[in-house]
Write a protein that binds this ligand. Structure first.
Ligand code: PSV
Ligand code: MN
Length: 430
């Protein structure tokens, strides 16, 4: 029997904290009522919000220099799902998992779907991997995949993506996310136009295999592993490709995949305007694709992104239904703790964006009152919504303080006994 945190452990910790929470929630309710907002209505909206967990995020990450394995790390898909279920059990903010193939390739997809459902989990977009070779692979992705000059390589990459769609269908996933590392390290190495044409041709074959109710998410990234030029380096290239492919193709925004100081919230607004926003890989960064915990470096940016999203939702922007996923690498923390705190951080910025007085904001913008408009955003951003988030979790059966319950449960120590460390190397950068 594998160890799970008991409902009693959550219940007794919640009971200790309930009186303070009721006090704090009531105070926040009175505070926002003065602004004409009903906190219980916001609570219902926050309760309906979920962010998907990356299956690859529950293991300890690494850099190209080293990976320092954590205790009790997941050994395979069963363990990964168990950790994801624990995160969902405590936070009630992460009802789905985003799988990555072939890392997570199941022998029986239908059985996997049932297993996940038993754990209270569903699946969000599935991810393909043509950025590393698999054992026994007939041709190599060393010089690219969907844009490779050799048709045999492109064919292999296309076939893998179609395989991902078929697996995802059985799992009940709604979309395929395609990120390729294709690009060049040297000026002259690659003909930019020919490489993009080959990419488009390969993607058209994948697109043709999409079920009618599926989407393909194109994920751009400025650099790495290609350090001079990347085929899908920016949202412009992503948008061009998605537009060329058709309405089922959209652009996925991974927050870490931009140059420092890029105005990501404005990219989001542009993609929303043209019905091409697929969704997000949330993380944070300081220098590049650092894959740091969401909101740990630039929480205001995360809030400003949600300002755009709430604005789009409230005005009923056509085709607006973004997928929310985390994509982080946890090198120095317990991944379960990082994912719980990141999910709550994303939820926090969403809740704050719901508190923005939109009518007053529009008035301030119309009157060209720059500081007035900014102050309205800051008023929402500076509101401590912690009691709201805790109350939403409590009402859903989760923990008022997920990290405290997790630490007190001894989950990691139990898993360290159940999952003895394996020797050898494992995935580095994720
Ligand atoms: C690439 O850096 C990325 O953001 C893509 O989403 C990959 O699928 C993921 O990280 C894992 O390597
Ligand atoms: Mn990503």
């Amino acid at each position: 029997m594998s160890f799970r945190i008991s409902a009693d452990a959550i219940g007794s910790d919640n009971a200790r904290r309930a009186a303070f929470l009721e006090d704090d929630y009531a105070a926040l309710k009175r505070q926002v009522a003065r602004r004409g907002i009903d906190l219980d209505t916001i609570a219902d909206q926050v309760a309906a919000f979920g962010v998907a967990l990356p299956s690859w995020g529950v293991g300890t990450g690494g850099t190209r220099f080293a990976r320092f394995a954590g205790l009790g790390e997941p050994r395979g898909l069963d363990d990964k799902l168990e950790d994801c279920a624990t995160i969902q059990q405590l936070t009630r903010a992460t009802p789905t998992v985003s799988l990555h193939f072939p890392w997570d390739k199941p022998s029986d997809a239908a059985a996997l779907k049932a297993q996940a459902a038993d754990l209270g989990l569903g699946f969000d977009a599935v991810n393909s991997n043509t950025f590393q070779d698999q054992p026994g692979q007939p041709v190599s992705y060393k010089f690219g995949s969907l844009s490779h000059p050799d048709k045999a390589v492109r064919d292999l990459a296309v076939a893998h993506n179609i395989d991902c769609i078929r697996l995802g269908q059985t799992l009940g996933a709604p979309a395929l996310t395609v990120w390729v590392g294709d690009g060049a390290n040297f000026p002259g190495q690659q003909n930019f136009t020919a490489a993009f044409d080959r990419y488009l041709d390969s993607m058209a074959q994948i697109y043709a295999a999409l079920p009618a109710d599926w989407s393909v998410f194109i994920e751009h990234k400025l650099f790495e592993p290609a350090f001079y030029a990347t085929v899908i380096a920016d949202w412009g290239s992503s948008y061009l490709a998605a537009t060329e492919l058709g309405p089922q193709a959209k652009c996925l925004v991974d927050l870490g995949h931009h140059a420092p100081n890029t105005n990501i919230e404005m990219i989001v607004a542009r993609l929303v305007r043209f019905g091409k926003l697929a969704g997000f890989h949330f993380n944070d960064s300081k220098y590049g694709d650092d894959d740091l915990d969401s909101g740990s470096i630039n929480p205001f940016q995360l809030f400003l992104i949600f300002n755009e999203l709430v604005d789009a939702a409230q005005r009923g922007a056509p085709g607006f239904a973004p997928a929310y996923m985390l994509d982080q690498s946890h090198n120095v923390t317990d991944p379960i703790e990082s994912l719980m705190s990141s999910a709550m951080e994303v939820q926090r910025r969403y809740a704050q964006a719901l508190l923005i007085d939109r009518a007053a904001l529009t008035d301030a913008q119309t009157a060209c009152d720059a500081l007035g408009a900014h102050t309205l955003l800051k008023q929402a951003f500076n509101t401590d919504v912690s009691p709201l988030l805790a109350e939403v979790r409590r009402r859903a059966g989760g923990a008022i303080d997920p990290i405290a319950v997790y630490r007190a449960s001894g989950y990691r120590a139990e898993k360290a006994k159940e999952r003895p460390p394996r020797g050898g190397a494992s995935a580095g950068i994720v």
